[in-house]
Design a protein around this ligand. Sequence first.
Ligand SMILES: [Fe+2]
Length: 266
Amino acid sequence: MPIGAALEELELSSPQVRELAEFYAESFSLHRSFRGANALCTAPGRTLKLVPGDANRLVGAQFRFSSRPDFDAFTEHLSASGISVAEKTGGVSVTDPEGHILRFRYGTDQNPANGDARLQHFALRTPDPETLVAFYADKLGFIVSDFVRDEEGVLRAAFLRTDDEHHALAIFRSAEARFDHFSCEVESWTELRDWADRVCANGIPLAWGVGRHGPGNDTFFMVKDPDGNLAEISAELERCAPERATGLWPHRPETLNRWGVAIMRS
Ligand SMILES: [Fe+2]
């Protein structure tokens, strides 16, 4: 069974916090507020924190449990995994092998999407996907929905879920360790169309898509922020039954975009 958590919030670092905040205000309709050098960008269902630092770096991610038994089972699993856990008010935090801080809390949704685009997953690039996948799957209990392997069997990508949605986290093999993208899920294909119209009306070109991913089967488009991070709007992501077997996809462009051109990370 999945752990039962959903992605709630991301924190990215940037050498140009204000430029990124302005970009996300225009592209993703996020309201930005500044506290010192930091920016809080938020709208119903999606929150992005921006702090000064290197470009293309995820500082941390926050997941929320809506079920107390699921949260208790998760923290018991963490104890059994033997990883270092920091107790925080209303939650726990752990650090993954590449230094990303992951916070898990139990509680009510204080920023519900109310039908608007909802922060749903994020993706990382790493030269060592095996280590990251092992941590998230074996230590944290994320479930691998799909692997992508090349003809030699080398792991090129993995998609892991925390609830019934196909992935809350994607991991891509790449020469460079960095943040890849985040995604906001909308209710339907027509809403995705409306988002594309709105983004482009604000003078922001689509960087990838509209397309359809193989793993997850969602339709999507992506834009690129001033730091080069990708930001995605996705629709109709696969819902997975608990007994769904882990899938295996070939490493080729058609896996990442069944409709054509793909961004290959390696
Ligand atoms: Fe995505």
